[in-house]
Design a binder for this molecule. Structure first.
Ligand code: AVI
Length: 358
């Protein structure tokens, strides 16, 4: 059987992609609620709300900069997660389709490299569709999904549990940019951190190394046999990138603007998202696609206790999506403690799936 990843899933990002340029990576440990789906009673467990004081302060701090930013994690409220799922099916957005084709074509070889019976941990699990195919193929007995979009994750984990009844499924509500406490009783042997979708590209390189190091730490000792399976988006012709991040039907534009509506709810601001234009372009010097929101006219945006003026044409930077060559990414992996890797790409070398070991 080949490893067949469902085409219509929201990749792991969603919550994982989250990182605005210059945003801070908090090291403050916050205990995270674990929702175990092993028993029906546990399915009703509550998850923690977002939008606390620290979060409001961080958002306002980003908006108050000379070059204002909103972290890409604010794309992913309920509407944003749905819009992202739509993006993954757009003809211009090659990422999901090409990654899936690599899993289909090289599924046996990938599965042989990873080995059977892995304990799968997926940061930014989203709708868990990719995990479903992987856990099925690897005969995994344990799955831990981590995501910031908690309702989305709970529903997805429940569906996964229904489809693969032998799999012990646990969902952790959390922001993967913060330290995550895994369940105490999670087996230490053969852990596999699964991070598909090229979400790692939504972090600044230094932050990516930090995140990869956290993933490395989740695997325990090198002798425990743990590894990382990760997707990265490779450099490619600019017109392909341009179309993928500024699609003709305007879904990515709506996805970008939705961050303003989400921020309004979190900090009580009065952004009118219709007064902002989506802009995406490739920054060749940094090898990344950047997304911005451009003010259509001069305006004041207020929030409780403050606000700021935006002049026409001023931009809010909402996302970077780094396009790494294999060599450059291998250096980041090494820095994070992964010394060996094997990779698979598509015919056009647009995307790579990498299996890395400490
Ligand atoms: C989630 N992440 C990998 C996507 C990307 O391609 O960087 C997010 C996205 N932004 C615009 N379209 C998709």
């Amino acid at each position: 059987m080949s490893l067949n990843l469902h085409p219509s899933h929201a990749s792991s990002v969603p919550s994982s992609a989250h990182f605005a340029p210059g945003a801070m990576m908090s090291m403050t440990p916050r205990s995270k609620p674990v929702v175990s789906l092993a028993s029906p009673q546990a399915q009703a467990a509550t998850v923690w709300p977002s939008g606390d004081v620290t979060e409001r302060q961080a958002i306002i701090h980003g908006l108050s900069q000379v070059k204002p930013t909103i972290s890409p994690k604010y794309f992913y409220d309920e509407r944003g997660s749905a819009l992202f799922e739509t993006i993954t099916r757009l003809p211009e957005y090659y990422v999901t389709r090409v990654e899936q084709s690599i899993f289909e074509r090289h599924g046996n070889s990938i599965a042989a490299s990873v080995g059977a019976d892995s304990v799968v941990i997926e940061p930014g699990a989203g709708n868990c569709e990719k995990a479903r195919a992987l856990c099925d193929r690897l005969h995994s007995t344990e799955f831990v999904g981590i995501d910031i979009s908690t309702e989305h994750l709970q529903e997805a984990a429940k569906r996964l549990s229904d489809v693969l009844p032998w799999l012990r499924v646990r969902a952790i509500a959390g922001d993967i940019t913060e330290p995550i406490r895994l369940p105490e009783d999670l087996p230490r042997r053969n852990r596999l951190v699964f991070y598909p979708g090229s979400s790692i590209g939504n972090f600044e390189p230094a932050q990516a190394v930090h995140l990869l190091s956290q993933m490395r730490a989740m695997l325990g000792e090198a002798s425990d046999g743990g590894s990382l399976l990760i997707g990265i988006d490779l450099p490619k012709p600019v017109h392909i990138l341009q179309a993928a991040y500024d699609d003709a039907s305007g879904v990515t534009a709506a996805f970008n603007r939705n961050a303003l509506d989400h921020v309004n709810r979190l900090i009580g601001s009065d952004f009118d998202s219709q007064h902002w234009k989506h802009r995406a372009f490739f920054n060749a010097e940094c090898s990344r696609v950047e997304m911005h929101l451009v003010a259509l006219h001069d305006m004041r945006v207020s929030w409780p206790g403050g606000g700021r003026e935006f002049s026409m044409g001023e931009r809010i930077h909402t996302e970077n999506s780094y396009k790494y060559s294999l060599d450059v990414f291998a250096a980041l992996l090494r820095e994070a403690g992964f010394g060996q890797y094997q990779s698979w790409t598509d015919d056009q070398d647009w995307f790579a799936v990498i299996h890395a070991r400490p």
